[in-house]
Ligand binder design. Structure first.
Ligand code: TXA
Ligand code: MG
Length: 334
């Protein structure tokens, strides 16, 4: 059952304990309610996708109690430091390169080399984040395809019985999601308009913010600068893909192939990684991105030509796993 926790010291302590134990806890922020999990625990993050019923692995935002904690896991540039000083805590999410020793699970950032970080401006969630002492991954606390919730009652309407608890801190004052700004490349790119305006960002970093064409409406300040040099949405959405070709639905194994197994493995592999020996989809999701990276490097080291992937059931989290595997197997344009 889903516990409803009050936003007092005992409620916050209980929520923190559940999160540290790998549980799922929804909590209010200044923008919308998030569905939180320990971002360093890949299985807990996999359960977030189960609870939301998401058919794909979207990268999640990591929440921190302050900028120092966030910048211990991602590498900030000057713009990131400026924006963090001026606008955090607040509804701005920054996408930055993961540090080499970043402890956040690869599933949290859907296998990307970047991580979205944010320091929310709301006392209860800040107290919770300090108590958890770990980054908390949290998408909006709605079922996939529904609108973001702004009260604990909204959260319970969709997720009651699917999550461990909701920490009820009342209605969210802002009501729209944070602005997502990608600072991982040479230009700042607006990935999602939100509570912090483009003008506020540009005034602080003294540079134009570019946008994904579908959502970018140039402000007067952009006119006459020529079209923004935009990294294509395809690139922005680009995910880790193995260097070696991938063969799906493998029911046998060729001698020049590495094996990405699910359940009892095919025999004879020189290089093999099992997503889940016991055929558990949550475990498989948790191991997918690290497994792909490991097997790609190992197979190349052994001079193998391909990665053969055993079938994964097309149900529950299997939908998201297969979505990612199909993209890994798709022919690449180079
Ligand atoms: O206000 C908010 O941001 C709320 C509260 C709970 O913090 N959270 C939220 O999360 O709206 P979600 O998962 O619904 O939206 C996260 C957005 C998505 O558009 C996702 O694609 C983008 O952030 N995102 C996350 N990590 C990213 C990354 N590494 N690169 C690019 N985009 C990323
Ligand atoms: Mg959302």
């Amino acid at each position: 059952m889903t516990e409803i926790l009050p936003a007092d010291a005992a409620g916050i302590a209980r929520a923190a304990a559940l999160l540290r134990d790998g549980g799922l806890v929804a909590f209010g922020t200044e923008t919308v309610y998030g569905l939180g999990a320990d971002a360093t625990n890949a299985e807990a993050v996999a359960r977030v996708f189960v609870a939301k019923g998401r058919p794909r692995f979207n990268p999640l935002i990591c929440h921190y109690p302050d900028a120092d904690a966030a910048f211990a896991h991602v590498a900030p540039n000057d713009s990131a430091r400026l924006l963090a000083t001026a606008l955090w805590p607040g509804p701005l999410t920054l996408v930055l390169p993961r540090r080499a020793d970043c402890p956040v699970a690869l599933l949290t950032s859907a296998g990307l080399d970047t991580l979205a970080v944010r320091v929310p401006a709301q006392d209860t969630v800040l107290a919770l984040l300090r108590a958890v002492e770990r980054p908390v991954a949290a998408p909006s606390a709605n079922r996939s395809g529904r609108v973001s919730p702004t009260t604990a009652a909204h959260v319970l309407e969709e997720l009651s019985g699917r999550i461990d608890a909701v920490l009820d801190s009342g209605a969210c004052p802002v009501g729209v999601e944070s602005t997502v700004l990608d600072l991982s490349g040479t230009q700042a790119v607006l990935l999602r308009p939100g509570a912090v305006t483009l003008e506020a960002i540009e005034a602080l970093i003294g540079a134009a913010v570019h946008g994904v064409p579908a959502l970018f409406t140039p402000t007067p300040a952009h006119k006459g600068r020529g079209g923004p040099e935009i990294r294509s949405p395809g690139m922005l959405a680009s995910h880790y893909a193995p260097a070696l070709p991938v063969r799906l639905h493998a029911r046998d194994l060729h001698s020049d192939e590495a094996l990405l197994a699910f359940g009892p493995p095919l025999h004879g592999a020189r290089v093999a990684f099992n997503l889940s020996e016991r055929g558990d989809l949550t475990e498989a999701a948790a191991r997918l991105f690290s497994g792909l990276r490991w097997i790609d490097a190992e197979a190349a080291r052994y001079g193998l030509a391909r990665i053969a992937v055993m079938p994964v059931p097309e149900a529950g989290l299997g939908l998201a796993i297969n979505d990612r595997l199909r993209r890994a197997a798709a022919p690449r344009r180079r």
